[in-house]
Design a protein around this ligand. Structure first.
Ligand SMILES: [Zn+2]
Length: 501
């Protein structure tokens, strides 16, 4: 009899697993409990979408098999059997969208067409401060549309640039709403709110509410909790996960090689039109800072995502501070993206690792598609986070430090500037130029030699005729660095000027 006991135990555990895992024609949401983070990593590697976690539990989507073959689902189930306790939170995730059946306008949520129509209406009504631009075309021929807010044409030159995007993932409908709210606030607040006007006039903001319009349209019209884009894969399954397809550290941890997986990384980095569009845009525009919105779990993430490794301490200190400040606005929790498990090929890693933008991911809300009554509050708080980023992160990782002098003499004023070797250890310069403009509009410069005994400090006098100034030097890659990047310091008033007043 003794051999029957383990057998009975085994079959019981199979029975317990059975309702959760058998014949899952619709995606399910499970909560599972873990002791060992190795199991979490294995689950992430299996291609499951882990949506939320606590210290010893996580919530995971087990995909349905009506849209995909079952290869990846079988693999996920095998890994899930390692977790000793599991609860089915939602037996049929698609059923959460039933409330929108018969309501093709999706209530407070924007359909893809509604979102794009609204952007077009803004461009028509406020042409002096915004325009619509397509940053790429999808497999199904849709435009990936951006509203570009700020001074247009030649007036845009030299302004810091920001990007806010939603709907990498189709079922995360709320992630469309925050960028749409930001767009509305900026263009409609311009005429009535001086602070909004100042922000719009001094910055260029790319708002891309629906990065993955094919998948989002599919989720919305078929009432499916679909995650990926709509590429037809070679095995007959659909979709690549755009947030595993960026070409920076592509193909590593937490991204699946199974085409039918929710986190399928694609055949190569940037194989997808959505990620290629962001790559081309970001390399061309050089964003100062950006946020990619997702749902859910109320978190503010900073890089790295691909690795458990931390970014260098100087950047991490700043990232942590910024994310904490942002979390104070929306009430979320700030953490490094790979705190629980790593996932490679994501947006922030590319934006920071490749383009040096100060890049965040925000996981909105407590579910993919929150109740309509919760949407206004989520959008208000998180569009305010965007405004904070626009106000505060134009120069998130400064190349230099400088305190403008309070006063000068009849000859000029002394300045000292220091290279930020913590953030840019490779920066070296034998001298730094102080570039200044004068009252008659002419531009001149003067060389500031290194301060004796201090390798990264430079000092000298700028003539009294200077009205405004900035610094320039050659970085190790031969590029000329301008600092501050988007503005000048005001020169202190000379004694004569002060008397004249
Ligand atoms: Zn997502």
């Amino acid at each position: 009899m003794s051999h029957l006991r383990p057998l009975l135990g085994w079959s019981l555990s199979l029975l317990l697993l059975a309702p959760a895992l058998q014949a899952a024609t619709s995606p399910q949401l499970l909560r599972v409990y873990f002791h060992d983070r190795k199991d979490v990593r294995a689950l992430a590697k299996s291609g499951a979408d882990i949506v939320r976690h606590g210290d010893h539990w996580l919530e995971v989507v087990v995909p349905g098999d009506d849209e995909v073959s079952t290869q990846s689902t079988i693999h996920i189930q095998r890994i899930l059997s390692r977790f000793d306790k599991q609860e089915v939170l939602v037996k049929n995730l698609d059923s959460l969208l039933d409330q929108f059946q018969g309501r093709p306008d999706l209530g407070v949520y924007h359909t893809v067409k509604e979102a794009h129509d609204e952007l077009a209406a803004y461009a028509k009504q406020y042409p002096q401060i915004c325009r619509v631009e397509s940053i790429g075309k999808t497999f199904e021929g849709r435009d990936i549309e951006a509203l570009v807010v700020g001074p247009q044409g030649a007036k845009a030159a030299g302004k810091p640039k920001f990007m806010f995007c939603g709907a990498h993932h189709s079922r995360e409908w709320i992630s469309v709403e925050v960028p749409m709210t930001l767009a509305k606030k900026l263009v409609t607040g311009y005429a009535t709110d001086p602070a909004t006007k100042a922000l719009v006039d001094s910055r260029i903001t790319w708002i891309i509410p629906v990065l993955n319009p094919d998948g989002t349209n599919y989720s919305q019209t078929a009432s499916k909790m679909w995650r990926k884009n709509r590429r037809k894969n070679s095995d007959g399954s659909f979709g690549v996960d755009p947030n595993r397809n960026y070409g920076y550290q592509w193909g590593g941890l937490g991204a699946s090689t199974y085409p039918d997986s929710d986190t399928y990384r694609g055949e190569a980095g940037f194989s997808e039109p959505e990620t290629a569009a962001i790559r081309d845009l970001a390399r061309r525009e050089h964003f100062a800072a950006d946020i990619s919105f997702h749902s859910y779990s109320e978190l503010v993430f900073w890089p790295w995502s691909y690795s458990d490794d931390h970014i260098d301490a100087a950047h991490e200190t700043l990232y942590k501070k910024f994310a904490t400040d942002m979390a104070a606005i929306n009430g979320y929790t700030a953490e490094k993206s790979s705190d629980l498990y790593a996932s490679s090929g994501d947006f922030d890693d590319f934006m920071f690792g490749d383009t040096k933008a100060c890049s965040f991911t925000i996981e909105l809300a407590q579910t993919f598609v929150p109740a309509e009554s919760e949407v206004p509050d989520i959008c208000e708080k998180n569009s305010n986070v965007c405004l904070w980023v626009m106000k505060n992160l134009e120069d998130a990782f400064p190349r230099m430090a400088h305190t403008p002098p309070a006063s000068g003499t009849a000859d000029g004023f002394n300045v000292q500037v220091t290279l930020n070797k913590d953030l840019y250890p490779d920066d070296n310069a034998s001298s730094v130029s102080a570039v200044y403009s004068t009252a008659d509009g002419s531009i001149a410069s003067t060389e500031l030699p290194a301060v004796a005994g201090q390798k990264a400090a430079f000092s000298g006098m700028i003539p009294a005729k200077a009205k405004a100034y900035h610094f320039e030097y050659k970085a190790s890659d031969g590029q000329t660095v301008r600092w501050p990047p988007y503005r000048d310091f005001d020169a202190p008033a000379s004694p004569q000027q002060r008397v004249a007043r």
